[in-house]
Ligand binder design. Structure first.
Ligand code: ZN
Length: 69
């Protein structure tokens, strides 16, 4: 208990809200509550889901080269 960290797959599914199993969800949440490391990974994953595209991609620049405009 507490020794095993969450996998990227678990965190990704949690961030995307696609963990449907109540026991699994509870396990992930309780681990995030107890483990700052995994909570940190979860937050950075959530940031990249929410606003990461604004930083890592440049859709506006790309659109300027769009021949359709
Ligand atoms: Zn952990």
């Amino acid at each position: 208990m507490g020794e095993q960290h969450l996998s990227d797959v678990h965190l990704e599914r949690y961030v995307n809200g696609i963990i449907y199993d109540a026991a699994e969800l509870k396990w992930v949440e309780s681990h995030l509550y107890e483990c700052p490391d995994c909570a940190d990974r979860m937050w950075s994953m959530q940031e990249s889901e929410d606003g990461g595209s604004a930083e890592t991609e440049t859709p506006d620049l790309y659109r300027r080269d769009d021949p359709l405009q």
